[in-house]
Every structure is written in C-alpha cells, then in structure tokens.
Ligand binder design. Sequence first.
Ligand code: DOR
Length: 446
Amino acid sequence: MSTELAYPPTGATADATGTTLVTGVRPYGEGEPVNVLAVDGVIAAIGADVDAPADAEVTVVEGDGAVLLPGLVDMHVHLREPGREDTETIATGSEAAARGGFTAVFTMANTLPTTDQPIIAEAVWAKGQTTGLCDVHPVGSISKGLAGETLTEFGMMARSDARVRMFSDDGVCVTDSLLMRRAVEYAAGLDVLLAQHAEDHRLTEGAVAHEGPTAARLGLRGWPRVAEESIVARDIMLARDYGARIHVCHASTAGTVELIRWAKEQGVAVTAEATPHHLWLTDAKLETFDGNYRVNPPLREDSDMMVLRDALLDGTIDCVATDHAPHGAEDKCVEFDHAKPGMLGLETSLAVVAEAFVRPGLADWRWVAKVMSERPAEITKLPGQGRPIAVGEPANLTLVDVSEDATWTVHGEELASKTENTPYEGESFSTRVAATLLRGRPTFTR
Ligand code: DOR
C-alpha cells in the first residue's frame, strides 16, 4: 500500500481560498522588488507590475523590500502536546513557528503519552490544522513508550490520516542495536525516515556538559563526543546494510561530521541536521551556570562549532533544525546540574542563521532557502513545502526584514512560546521575520 502523502494530508482543514497580494519583495534576496499574487493557496503571478484582480477581496501584505523565501520547514521541534501543555501547546508552538517564518514543523514523539499510535498522531495533526498557523506533522516514536524494547507500528502510523513519515525516539537514543536493525529493515520497506538521537546512554550517565576543559574547570560531569559518534557510526552501517534512510538529529561534534562525510561518499542514505545553538554557541557560555544553556547534546567547543558551520556550508550537514524544546522556569532556573536540557528555537533560528552565515558573507539567501526549507522538505519527502518561488507553486512564503529597522533584541517573555528558556536573552540580531504565509494566507505579520 502506498504511503504517498496527499497534500494537504487527509483531514486538513487549513483554508486555502482567497487572494493575497504581497508587495515589494525580493525573492531569495535577488534583483529588484516584485509583487507576488497568491490565489487559493497557489502563486498566480510574480512581477513588478502585478496587481490583484479588481473584483477580488484582497489581503495585502506589504513587503517593503523584504527578502522572500519559501516557507521554512523545521524537522525537529517539541510542542509538548499531549501531556505537557503547561510548557507548550500545538497552538502556542504553531504561533512561535509562524512568527519564526515556518510553514511546516515536525513535532517529536516524546509526549505524554508517547506518540506511538495512529490515534495520537492523528490528534496532533488535526489540532495543528484546526489552529491553522503551521502544518504540524507528528513524528512517530520508533519504540513503544520510548522504552527501547518494542517497535511501534510504523505502517499503521504512516497510513493514518496523519501520514507519519518520520520516526524517532528523540530525547533518548535507540540504544539496542538489534532493535535499531529491525527498525531500519521495517523503515526501508515503507520508505519512511528514521531520525536518531545519537547518544550512548552508558557514556553519558550523569553528564550535563561537553566533556572538555570548561566542564573540568567548572566541576560539571562531562558528555564525551564518542557518546554521539559511536551511535552515528553504528547507524550508518545499519543504513548501509539494510537500506533505510537515516537522519542524524542535532549533530554536534567534528567527528560526527567526518562520519557523515564518509558515509555520503560511500553512497549511504544518511542525512543530518545542525541546530542554531550548536552553530552559534559554545560551552564557554557555561561559565554563567545558567540552566538555559543546558541542552542535549551539550554545547561543544569552538572547534566543533566551526566544523559544523563548514559542513552546513558544503552540504555534509543537510539542514538546520531547531530542536525547539520548551521547559518552564521551575526546570531551568535551578542549579545547572538539575536544569532540564532544551532551548527555545523557533522564533530565533532564522536570525541566528542570518547572523552566522549571511551577514559575514559566507552564504546568501538562496542557501538559507536550501538549508531551512528545501532540504528539510526533501529529506522528509514533504510535498508542497520547500518549493521554488514560482507561478503554480504553493504560496508557502516567508518575508525577512533585512532593513536597518530590523534589528531586535531577544526577550524570552516576548516570545509566543509558553516558556522563556531562550539561550539568546538580551542578544540582538540584525534580521527578523516580517511575515509568513501558509497556502497564501498570512499566519503572521509584524
Ligand atoms: O535538549 C534536548 N531537549 N534534547 C533532546 O533531545 C530532547 C529535548 C527535550 O525534549 O526537551
């Protein structure tokens, strides 16, 4: 039976009717400003003189010279629903996503209960569609209850109304090599993606920080690189021998990059993401003992960060994913050892990527479109997202303000998420999302 995803998947309620005119935008930051007309969710015309038909009721979004990108796609978020609605809901997470420029996100399965059955996945998908701010695709867990013992029914979830296309136990690793082998064999038959949180838990018992000079000086228990790399190496070999598509979540070490590079050279179907925080922050931040800097995998050293940046630029790392992980103050404003791992990311990711790569001239906006929209949509085989900005394509679009007025300072309390655990509190960035359109409908305008 085919698991091909109808787009939007069955049960979608997102309204794609109406006419929207986006004025004065520069697709991919190139050329002179143009207007973009969206009719019933599809780009109908692009050009300097394009106007809305006189008889139509039109929503106008003023671009003011903004960069226009295809709607961003985040392969890795935690929206905490069901179960931890005190920290985030599909509604608040969707709002954060829309504000961050995202038109589709994949929300991880480490919910309460675990997203390990079709009925839970369908509820998540339906709630996202009812909210209508962003397509929220549920990730199914690989093992029942994330216990690492019994596989879930990938096929049932893939064929459900949620059309689950990615499976992951993220938050924990599928440590048992035989279970992972079976998962790979099962996933290969269904052509679904397995996303691994690569962590050998025996090597990270009690660990709270990257194992290195900083952790040693601060007296924090170290998390060695090998805990990640050994699992990445194993999974690459499993993918090589049993054929599934494997995705490495939140790659954080130079060694992981080397392994992925080698695997790609061998033709193994492996892809990888890097988070904005691993591309922008290092364990030097831990000097503050601020629990907001605790994350799994931990912030690494400068040398790892630089290798990750280069790997994203040369395509070894395929894409950026936020690992948006809300936690309340009661779990973050505590001793570093006791802080829960995880950081907000949806509303700040584009600004961080622009600051790290576009501003210093290392990359252009076309590249941002690739790593934050096109590649994540390709890897997840998501139709209708990550598409070119062209007539006849779905009007999933993100406007980015790059003017002098765009500079903004991050304050956790001003973010749409229910919690405030941003690692960028008080930090200023020079670009900002100005508007987001989902199938032609504005889901956010500043
Ligand atoms: O820091 C993290 N937080 N890493 C994960 O893998 C899980 C996430 C969470 O769920 O809070």
